[in-house]
Design a binder for this molecule. Sequence first.
Ligand SMILES: [Zn+2]
Ligand SMILES: [Zn+2]
Length: 349
Amino acid sequence: MIPSKGYAVHNAQDKLAPWNFERRDVGANDIIIEILFSGVCHSDIHQVRSEWGPSKYPMVPGHEIVGRVTSVGSAVTKFKSGDLAGIGCMVNSCGDCGNCKEGHEQYCEKGKVVWTYNAVEHDGTTPTYGGYSDNIVVNEKFAVHVSDKLPLSGVAPLLCAGITTYSPLRKWKIGKGHRVGVLGLGGLGHMAVKFAAAFGAEVTMLSTSPDKEKDAKRLGAHKFCLTKDAAQVKQFKNYFDFIVDTVSAPHDYNMTLRMLRTNGVQICVGIPPSPIQLTGQLLLGNSRAITGSSIGGIAETQEMLDFCAEHNIVSDVEVIDISTINEAYERVLKSDVKYRFVIDIASLK
Ligand SMILES: [Zn+2]
Ligand SMILES: [Zn+2]
């Protein structure tokens, strides 16, 4: 077994605190990565607190991982020692259902996705532990190459927030000539703005907070709509080809549906825990659609990272010491971060 040091919780009420544990040995198809940066995703907090329950404890969260490969198994072909590598939300899947073969591992038809933490390996017993730690062992198929051209702290959130927004924008072929609304300016929303603008779309930030206008425009948005102001919302009636909805708190889906033009599509990448309310006429009347999307496959994650390296796109981050992680969680809950906390894993030593 491989000794590992991280931050863990041992029950739903616990604060994150230092914890020593062991990783599985490096198998023939595995690589071991010395972790350099680990992003803090809102879903870490949900899982730490067993809000998607029941969670598995002890839990080492973190699924936005960037680091350097320090050793590879005998059958590894994709990586060598010294390479930069990233790991996102998944570390395994069945590998032979239709969805896995087509590169949509996150939708594995056999339900055999192994999440990066709060899960068990296919052996049914070995727990997975995430990126708030100094190393990780992973099958090479579930690691992606990371360019040395970009600041690595800003790359880490691309492994979840980045791919979650990139994937549906690509699926719907969003680009030049499209009017895209992005609802919510947080970890997901700021990446949706950057990608939609980079793909050539006209981007409008839809936000309840007037303070977000300046920042949204700095990130690449062309227009701003204050959604608390009915007059501004009305100006965008039947306007958008697409709305990327990044909000996971309860909100008014009928307001955004009205903003879609005929055949417009609302893509939900955040979803509230309670059922959503839709007025049927708003869907039928203009042939509008509402759909969802969850992260992205491994090949697409690599494509996204390559695109980011080429177009100089990273997440806007606030780098923190791991000792301040519990305070960072409180700030995430208040949306008091621009736009992602990233743990400098050197602070663990
Ligand atoms: Zn995440
Ligand atoms: Zn599968």
